[in-house]
Unconditional design. Structure first.
Length: 562
């Protein structure tokens, strides 16, 4: 398929992307009548905010302060520059940038042009980036000159050489033979008309398979999520949001995140890392009012708050999501950080649940919130797809005005991931309380959630099996106090002298994201077979997980009391 395989559709003036599954027309009409879909594009949203808040600070980093007027102008300049470079409406462009104002400027430049950003995380490496480029027919890659000690320009050169369709690489900063972002600044041209039903960008699923799943979000559906999130979280032009998690994640991008703050005229403060030594001084200096964390960071912040000198008095709301927060930690937040807690449960595929300011302390501390839209439909079902009794645990299925109807270019995956009537099968095990709040109980799929970064056990197994010294491998997730889960690799070596260090070195050479590396490696002589003599990997994962759980329980029992 060619890089410009998007073509204007006759219906509604929308520029539909082949491989995108639109909402059925009856649902689309219903969502428009209800006012969920307002016909505004992301670029128009920024234009409106810039008119209303021109001189106010929109983006703040350690090196830059960008006003709304400047952000709006930069989006126009970069959109024009990308067009001059050869990027066209409908082209896919991989964007891999850390928490910098340039990330927002680049994305809105692409939105104005009608190109489709593919959101990559700073932690992704060549293995993932090349897969995204091939899966999307990307024509360009935008990254930075240096961040966290990684050679992103080197990755850009490798991508240009290895993926034929990628014709352009743009660098924030300087990198000799690669095009600096600054060269795209200049005169502003005209942009083609866009439609709010267009696909605005592609996000990445946490993934329970080794194949990257791409999530197409439209301007209409995503801006509903942004507007409603900003409303529930009480954002205003006085809001100051600390973006400490990687901004390309759905949570800090839109729940309410960067976009919710820009919609309401507030200020986004970028932190390069979420560690207290970086975040606390920014909270004090910029008078931050709201921020978001994943559960493994919460105990670090609670401990640091006891010892660090910075005042956190401005912080009114701490959001926690990405994985389940323990009740014990939830109960400490208000007393030790001096701010309210809001639990957030959602997914890049759509559904977002929040606890509310008028919920009781018990609900806030023990549930993951309730859906934000009256037309969010939830089913909790058993393994046969039948709804369970109220209050019982089952898999969550959902559909609604901002939950996708299918992954991009993934017909075979979609047959499993979506029901015949359009419900997304989340793979999360939940129960619903009598008040309609969601309590997350676990996962159906073989997925590991390591500190909020989700990846497929199968994907890591495939990498391990690519090593000539590995005969077989099975990866399981085991509970971890700080990360939520760790990845443990059980390996049957083909060479008895194989060491963990050698195996980790091999995995790093395959350029996979660092959070996918196993936390533990266990060498075994063989894998146990099932009762009928077959090796079912899903069953073995559970058996091996049970072995580890028993070992950990024995160690805890043997540990002398203090």
């Amino acid at each position: 398929m060619s890089s410009n395989d998007a073509s204007p559709a006759l219906e509604g003036g929308a520029f539909y992307l082949p491989g995108f599954s639109p909402w059925p027309s009856s649902f689309a009409e219903r969502y428009r009548r209800a006012g969920y879909w307002c016909g505004e594009t992301l670029g128009e949203m920024l234009r409106r905010s810039a008119r209303q808040h021109a001189s106010r600070p929109a983006l703040v980093s350690s090196e830059r302060r960008v006003s709304y007027a400047e952000l709006d102008r930069r989006a126009d300049e970069l959109g024009t520059g990308f067009g001059r470079m050869g990027v066209r409406m409908g082209d896919r462009v991989i964007v891999q940038l850390p928490n910098l104002p340039e990330l927002v400027e680049v994305l809105f430049g692409l939105f104005r042009l009608g190109a489709i950003p593919v959101f990559a995380l700073p932690a992704h490496r060549a293995n993932e980036i090349e897969a995204f480029a091939r899966a999307t027919d990307a024509v360009a890659y935008i990254t930075c000159d240096a961040s966290g000690g990684y050679d992103y320009p080197g990755l850009a050169r490798r991508l240009l050489a290895s993926v034929r369709g990628v014709r352009h690489a743009v660098i924030v900063g300087e990198a000799e033979d690669l095009r600096p972002l600054s060269t795209l600044e200049g005169a502003v041209g005209e942009f083609a008309a866009l439609h709010a039903a267009d696909v605005a960008f592609l996000q990445l699923s946490g993934g329970s398979t080794a194949v990257p799943k791409l999530i197409p979000r439209t301007h209409d559906d995503y801006l509903y999520s942004v507007r409603r999130s900003a409303e529930i979280c009480g954002l205003s032009e006085a809001s100051v949001y600390l973006c400490a998690l990687p901004a390309a994640h759905n949570f800090p991008w839109s729940s309410p995140g960067v976009l919710g703050v820009l919609h309401r005229g507030g200020t986004v403060v970028f932190a390069p890392r979420p560690s207290p030594d970086v975040a606390f001084p920014l909270i004090e200096r910029e008078k931050v009012t709201i921020t978001a964390l994943v559960p493994p960071l919460v105990p670090l912040w609670l401990e640091a708050a006891k010892a660090r000198p910075e005042s956190l008095a401005s912080l009114k709301l701490l959001q926690v999501g990405g994985a389940k927060l323990s009740v014990e930690l939830a109960r400490r937040i208000e007393g030790e950080l001096g701010c309210s807690l809001q639990q957030v449960y959602g997914m890049a595929e759509g559904l977002v649940c929040y606890t509310r300011s008028d919920d009781s302390s018990e609900i806030v501390q023990t549930t993951q919130g309730r859906p934000m839209c009256p037309d969010d439909e939830l089913r909790v079902v058993d393994s046969q797809g039948k709804e369970v009794e109220p209050g019982s645990v089952g898999e969550l299925w959902t559909r609604g005005p901002y939950t996708i109807r299918g992954y991009y270019r993934a017909d075979s995956v979609n047959r499993d991931a979506f029901s015949a009537d359009g419900f997304y099968r989340t793979g999360d095990l939940v129960r619903l309380t009598s008040t309609g709040h969601v309590v997350v109980e676990g996962r159906v799929k073989d997925q590991i959630n390591r500190g909020g970064e989700k990846f497929s056990a199968e994907e890591l197994e495939d990498h391990l099996l690519a090593c000539a010294d590995v005969h077989d491998a099975i990866v399981v997730g085991i509970p971890d106090r700080f990360l939520g889960e760790q990845a443990c690799a059980f390996v049957v070596p083909a060479r008895s002298e194989l060491t963990s260090a050698e195996l980790l070195g091999f995995l790093r050479s395959r350029q996979i994201a660092s959070y996918k590396l196993p936390d533990r490696v266990r060498f075994v002589s063989e894998f146990p077979q099932t009762a009928v003599g077959k090796v079912r990997r899903s069953e073995l994962r559970e058996r091996l997980k049970d072995v580890l759980s028993a070992e950990l329980a024995a160690k805890r029992a043997a540990k002398p009391l203090p």
